[in-house]
Design a binder for this molecule. Structure first.
Ligand code: ZN
Length: 308
């Protein structure tokens, strides 16, 4: 059996890239069941699979099984709320692109994404794009956020395609890695991508995307091969990102600043909400934990609306 990489998916068909770079159309053999996974899609972009040839002329293959995953990003499925949707698998890193305005990316959305990545310790770089649109006080806000997230251990990069700020660093982020690219529509993702790799000529109209905000066209991710051993996964339509598979009492493990305080609360089953002797609340009051981060924690804990 041959080994291949899933590059795209439509839900029933999968684009499979052979190890030599040939592209096939694959479908699953029978019903796939993966132990312990409650997902609406059994295979996602980034998965490695075994396949066998079904029709050489039309390049159709049958996907026989999935190789073990090193990690994955899962979100709440748009349609079946009890199930998660696998977004991407086997990532080396994630790059989250956000903008302070036009459109505004909420910190709640960013933090949800970080928690999802943190579950597998997938390194994340946060890119603040469209820096040229910001006035002085807005820039100041970005500098403060950059300092906050850098201290938490995340990579941070400030970019503007207009002025070229950060573009060299941006291009170097991807080399020899499998990267998931995330962010609201309209944050400039495809414009940035086309700077990295003009030959891809990614045709996602940012303007119409922005105008149609909330309308789901495709919710499946697509993988691009930028160069040898450099893959980029674009994930459209992640405006709603529910946090899946994380138990209430382990949520604080995925906030690095809270993880550092584990074991210091008076009660070992502390949820860090109203409990006496809580080290997290103490750190919050001392200004050692950012209020915005704590609010994100509460919002995920209470499983409120995904946008804040
Ligand atoms: Zn506590």
């Amino acid at each position: 059996m041959e080994k291949g990489l899933i590059m795209r998916s439509t839900g029933s068909w999968y684009e499979v890239r052979s190890e030599s770079g040939e592209i096939f159309s694959g479908r699953l053999k029978g019903k796939f069941k993966i132990k312990g996974m409650q997902t609406s899609n059994p295979i996602a972009v980034g998965d490695w699979v075994h396949y066998s040839m079904e029709d050489e002329t039309h390049k159709h293959v049958i996907i026989e099984d999935i190789l073990p995953r090193s990690n994955y990003i899962i979100r709440k499925s748009v349609h079946k709320t009890a199930h998660g949707q696998l977004m991407a698998c086997n990532l080396d890193q994630a790059v989250f692109i956000m903008t302070l305005k036009m459109p505004k990316t909420s910190l709640g959305f960013l933090d949800r994404f970080l928690v999802t990545a943190e579950a597998f310790r997938i390194p994340v770089t946060i890119v603040f794009n469209k820096m040229d649109l910001l006035n002085e006080s807005e820039q100041e806000e970005v500098f403060e956020l950059a300092a906050l997230y850098e201290e938490l251990g995340y990579g941070v990069l400030l970019t503007s395609v207009e002025t070229g700020v950060g573009m060299e660093e941006f291009k170097h982020l991807f080399k020899l890695k499998v990267t998931l690219l995330a962010g609201h529509s309209g944050v400039g993702k495809s414009t940035l991508l086309n700077q990295v790799s003009p030959q891809l000529n990614i045709k996602t109209s940012e303007i119409s995307d922005f105008a149609k905000k909330g309308v789901h066209t495709t919710t499946y991710a697509t993988m691009w091969e930028l160069e040898k051993d450099t893959f980029l996964i674009d994930s459209p339509g992640i405006n709603e990102l529910g946090v899946m598979e994380i138990e209430e009492d382990e949520l604080s493990h995925y906030f690095p600043e809270m993880r550092a305080l584990l074991g210091e609360c008076k009660f070992n089953n502390c949820r860090h909400v109203r409990e006496p002797g809580c080290a997290v609340i103490h750190a919050l009051e001392e200004g050692e934990i950012a209020t915005s981060r704590y609010l994100s924690y509460l919002s995920i804990l209470e499983n409120k609306d995904n946008r804040r």
